[in-house]
Design a protein around this ligand. Sequence first.
Ligand SMILES: [Zn+2]
Length: 291
Amino acid sequence: MLVNATDMLQKAEEGHYAIGAFNTNNLEWADSIIEAAQQAQSPLIIQCSAGAAKWQKGYKVVSDLVHDLVEVKNVTVPVALHLDHGTYEACYEAMAAGFTSVMYDGSGEKDFETNLERTREIVKYAHERGISVEAEVGSIGGEEDGVIGMGEIADPEQCKIIADTGVDFLAAGICNIHGIYPENWAGLQMDALAAIKEKTGDLPLVLHGGTGIPVEQVDEAIKHGICKINVNTDLQLVFAAAVREYIEAGRDLEGKGYDPRKIMKQGRQAIIDRTIELMGQFGSVNKGWGC
Ligand SMILES: [Zn+2]
């Protein structure tokens, strides 16, 4: 059975580690990520963007697939299914489909007041149904599903106001971006993170754009209160590299090497290995007990 992400993130906040939130794209992705969590005995947030849900024919297919995988694989670690960067409408669609957690990304709303009002409304609706909610203050840079953010630094006062709506965890921009970081990137702004943490207390904080951040910066961010680290591009890169290696070696031309299961198996194993490695880096391995 799936759980919401509140408990596991509160435990991470208390224990000073982070839980990876890995984006799924299809059966192979979901199965590999869940397999990694079970092998590492780590709590897991498996998340899906609107674009990836559309690719899979909607939130219901994604939700049914993840629920079924957790059941048939006899998964014993806590797993939450989370909507990544949901619009107001998408949050309700995902909740109706069985997601146990949603991110309402109000950074694209016309003003902060609208973000605040809608966050309050979604929190109330979600909590009545045992669903956890992530909100966002300050946009995350880079491109995700066609949304381009500038990577602004969140205002600690606004973070405090959003925190007081009762959200379960909060994404706050600290110069992090989606996708691959440019050469001239300034790095995560730890002072900004510390200022946000001071205002938001023990509320778990979320780091988006977890691909390619130097390990020392990730460690420091976790020390400063980051409890959820979003990873998307990283797994896409290892998947693509593994499949490319198989094809470039001509293995698809040997015997029945063209069998899609044989091709996907390469990428599948790459996702499992990398996810376990990241869970180790975030400190969530063997934290799956008793949740
Ligand atoms: Zn994000």
